[in-house]
Design a protein around this ligand. Structure first.
Ligand SMILES: [Zn+2]
Ligand SMILES: [Zn+2]
Length: 240
């Protein structure tokens, strides 16, 4: 975050705390900060872990012995969890986090991400998946970093918002084959400080996980740089 953006963000946070809490899904006034209102709550599909489900993603295991999101074991991401399935309200929050009441939205996301986060490595370092610099500057902040900060505060994890850096932009990965996606994101990130992740457990933080290719490229880099484990927590995951 730039200095100006940080000051603006802090001012916004003060302002937000003086106003009645609102539902991050629809804007209705609610009794508690960070929770959905009674109308939005049933519209959200929470992705709790299935008993005897896939160890990697927590999802149900099909007849083939693997879950829908983990068809093979080649991913550098050990385990991944998301709070909700990507749908209208999940998308609305991701958009509001970019353009709206950022701290309130990040608090709501974090309050529902805490439980899935608790299934991952305790005390691991939270590292947001970085945006391209151009995009970061035009918007003034990285939304994944806001989520990581909100999550870290609540769950006893340290967060390092600037650890990874995107060195080039990538086109939209939608519609590409897994191989093409992997090729497209290859080398798109670097570590700001070499040797800073050796022996560490890392949890990548993202707002919406679609193909997972971007986070996987970050994980590959972190592993190459000596991270002991890399996992992923996202607000929402595209399920179907
Ligand atoms: Zn609502
Ligand atoms: Zn799985």
């Amino acid at each position: 975050m730039t200095f100006v953006a940080t000051v603006r963000w802090a001012a916004r946070q003060l302002l937000d705390s003086a106003l009645p809490p609102r539902c991050a899904g629809c804007g209705a006034i609610t009794s508690e900060v960070g929770l959905f209102c009674a109308a939005c709550w049933p519209e959200v599909e929470f992705l709790g872990s299935v008993p005897d489900g896939c160890e990697r993603c927590g999802g149900a295991v099909g007849p083939s012995g693997s879950s829908a999101v983990c068809p093979d074991g080649s991913s550098p991401i050990g385990r991944l969890r998301a709070a909700v399935a990507y749908g209208d309200i999940a998308r609305s929050l991701a958009i509001r986090l970019k353009y709206g009441r950022k701290t309130a939205v990040a608090a709501t996301m974090a309050s529902y991400m805490r439980r899935p986060l608790a299934e991952l490595t305790p005390g691991a370092l939270l590292v947001p998946v970085p945006l391209h610099r151009g995009r970061l500057w035009s918007r003034g902040f990285n939304q994944a970093a806001l989520i990581a900060a909100a999550l870290g505060k609540a769950g006893g994890h340290a967060s390092e918002p600037m650890l990874l850096r995107r060195v080039r932009g990538t086109p939209k990965l939608k519609g590409m084959s897994p191989r093409e996606r992997r090729k497209t994101v290859k080398g798109a990130f670097e570590l700001r400080r070499p040797f800073s992740v050796q022996g560490k457990d890392i949890i990548l933080v993202d707002d919406v996980m679609t193909t997972g290719s971007t986070a996987e490229e970050c994980a590959r880099l972190l592993k190459r740089e000596g991270a002991r484990s890399v996992e992923l927590i996202a607000w929402a995951r595209v399920v179907r």
